[in-house]
Design a protein around this ligand. Structure first.
Ligand code: HEC
Length: 96
């Protein structure tokens, strides 16, 4: 009986860790999860440029959220909390 509770506890702890927010600001998210492919100034590398001159600049947030959380073409889905996703979109759009 005790062992079952212990296993359940371990399970719950490992689940909640997945949901923990890792980053405090959009800038941190961008540098850690996006800049390697999209460049430190959104100019593009492996991935296309996502700066103010790019088609994505005029796309709605829903498009960004979809691209980040589900991936797109050769871009893998990026695992982030909802809050981190909105922080990083805000960061990019405020730095055009
Ligand atoms: C492993 C490399 C990689 C990472 C990491 C990555 N991307 Fe991408 N991204 C790509 C590639 C490649 C594409 C082009 C996908 C396609 O259309 O085939 C892309 C496409 C996009 C697009 C759509 C561009 C357009 O013109 O429609 C947006 C927006 C975007 N990425 C934002 C982000 C953000 C924000 C992050 C960080 C949370 C991120 N990406 C992380 C490689 C990456």
């Amino acid at each position: 009986m005790k062992k079952t509770y212990l296993l359940l506890l371990i399970f719950l702890i490992s689940c909640s860790q997945g949901a923990t927010e890792e980053f405090q600001s959009g800038e941190e998210v961008y540098e850690a999860r996006c800049s390697a492919c999209h460049g430190p100034n959104f100019e593009g590398r492996v991935g296309p440029n996502i700066d103010s001159n790019s088609p994505s600049a005029s796309m709605p947030d829903s498009y960004w959220i979809q691209t980040i959380t589900k991936g797109k073409g050769s871009m893998p889905a990026v695992r982030l909390s909802d809050k981190e996703v909105s922080l990083v979109i805000e960061y990019i759009k405020n730095n055009y």
